[in-house]
Design a protein around this ligand. Structure first.
Ligand SMILES: [Zn+2]
Length: 331
């Protein structure tokens, strides 16, 4: 690939990405709830909702630092973009840039490497964090670990967005954990490499399906998923399949909107890591864009820790393995 890079993500995500031109895609195509991706105006509305929610949580949960984040998002304007990882306007633009860059990388893979476009869902066992502990995550180390895991498996050209959900079993909300997931395009090594990757991202074997690959029906929608900025609480439950003779009980999941203190915690975390914090890339044009804004990171995590007094709850080994088993069976 041409090694020409702009110096920062902010420079690459130009005004056109904030507009309503291509790329366009449908979210959840084929489902009853399918819808077109947000327009610019919709992202502004979403930002306004987040600002109001943060203000509400500041009063309700007595979290003064919510107002710092609310003010930053509220001040996001053309020519004065906030580039917060919690800003729906800026993250929509970064997502659109991510889709366009991914399509270019996909074209290169096809033309230069004769590899079809394949999306990889990678769930690392080191990408789990209990509620209340996001402020303590060394995010630079997490991303370095993910990059190392890919390289150690022989994958040295990749491009990935990082997504997250809050997962728990029905009726066990107090055991909820954030799980980070990589959504990647990559140049596949010639020799067998997937087993190696499973080893490097899931050495503990806690995750039942750490590596999944599929050929997307719509590359744009599929790429966009890696940098989506609506987050769910993924609830696992037992479906009894009582009306079917061919199937016994099975584990399933349903997505719920993420709300409350866990939502605030995630917003503060996303603000801290910035849009670049949700990318990892190597030997592609995007490689230069993954720097974390460390000063803001320190400020934000300091604020969260002060408010919560460092109450990072630890997940016990037992709970962890229960959660993992469930998660594995859902995927
Ligand atoms: Zn913004």
């Amino acid at each position: 690939m041409t090694p020409v890079m702009r110096s920062s993500l902010r420079e690459s995500v130009t005004a056109e990405y904030f507009g309503d031109g291509p790329p366009h895609w449908i979210i959840s195509a084929g489902k009853a709830w399918e819808r077109a991706a947000d327009t610019y105006r919709e992202s502004v509305r979403r930002r306004d909702v987040i600002v109001r929610k943060l203000d509400w949580h500041r009063r309700d949960l007595d979290l003064p630092f919510c107002s710092t984040l609310a003010s930053r998002l509220d001040a996001c304007r053309p020519n004065r973009r906030c580039f917060s990882g919690a800003c729906p306007i800026c993250m929509r633009a970064v997502q659109r840039w991510f889709v366009a860059s991914g399509l270019r990388f996909g074209t290169w893979l096809k033309q230069d490497r004769s590899q079809g476009l394949k999306m990889f869902s990678l769930v690392p066992d080191f990408g789990e964090a209990a509620v209340g502990t996001l402020a303590q995550i060394d995010w630079i180390e997490f991303r370095a670990h993910a990059e190392r895991a890919l390289r150690d498996a022989g994958v040295d050209r990749f491009f990935a967005g990082i997504d997250v959900s809050l997962n728990h079993f029905e009726d066990c909300r107090d055991e909820a954990v954030f799980q980070f997931q990589l959504w990647a395009l990559l140049e596949e090594p010639r020799d067998p490499w997937r087993e190696r990757l499973k080893e490097t991202i899931n050495g503990s074997r806690k995750i039942a399906r750490p590596v999944l690959a599929f050929e997307p029906r719509c590359a744009r929608a599929s790429l966009a998923y890696g940098l989506k900025n609506e987050f769910t609480r993924r609830v696992s439950y037992v479906r009894d399949n009582a009306h079917r003779d061919d199937r016994g009980a099975a584990l399933d999941t349903r997505g719920r909107k993420l709300r409350g203190a866990a939502w605030v915690e995630l917003m503060v975390f996303l603000d801290r890591i910035g849009p670049g914090g949700r990318l990892i890339a190597a030997r592609t044009k995007m490689s230069a864009h993954s720097a974390t804004k460390s000063q803001r990171a320190r400020d934000a995590s300091g604020g969260w820790r002060r408010e919560f007094g460092g109450t990072g709850r630890r997940v016990t080994a037992r709970r962890r393995s229960r959660n993992e088993n469930r998660r594995g069976e859902q995927r």
